[in-house]
Design a binder for this molecule. Sequence first.
Ligand SMILES: [Zn+2]
Length: 209
Amino acid sequence: MTPRRRESRKETRRRCEMATALVNARGTKQGDKLGRFMDKHWDSLQERFEGDRTVATQFLADLAFVLRDAWDKGKWDPAEQNLERIFAAHPGISELRDLKLGESRIGPISKPRRFERPAFKVRLGHKIPRNNQPTPIFEPRDVLDEIAYAVLRAGSLGLLKICEGKSKGWSCTTPYVVADEGRRRFCYETCGDQAKAEAKKKPKKGRKG
Ligand SMILES: [Zn+2]
């Protein structure tokens, strides 16, 4: 058994960026935001959705909607239920369909059955830092697990934010931000760069010029 390393900052940021991209994704056609998200992550997602990209796209569109609602209106119940469903084990529809009573399988099972277990694993003998509360260990099966984890983490730390670029009137396309750290005020897309550029333009205060 390999000891699990702690999540690195880089990893947190990558997960938060993916989560932010999904939460702000709209539309289900290729070429729009969700379409581009699907193009990028379909390799990782297809096992969960058993290769059905249409079902996957619709599910993610619904998920993004539910999550945005939680930001706006504090409707956490549906968001929590959906995140729980993502972390759950899925026996696989085709798996259940194929399994007939009294029939034995012929040949090797080629499909890696990652989704027979939930996203959290029970690890006995795993050392827990600081507190003595044993918790299951997060071991993601695909990017959707990572995204749900990023939202859960940010929600627990008060890091579900609205990009400040929006209130500045910038054309922000990802206002719902799953922040990786407390000091993040702008989204991962153009607003971060714009904020830096604005800061450079301003003369330094407090110094006589
Ligand atoms: Zn922004």
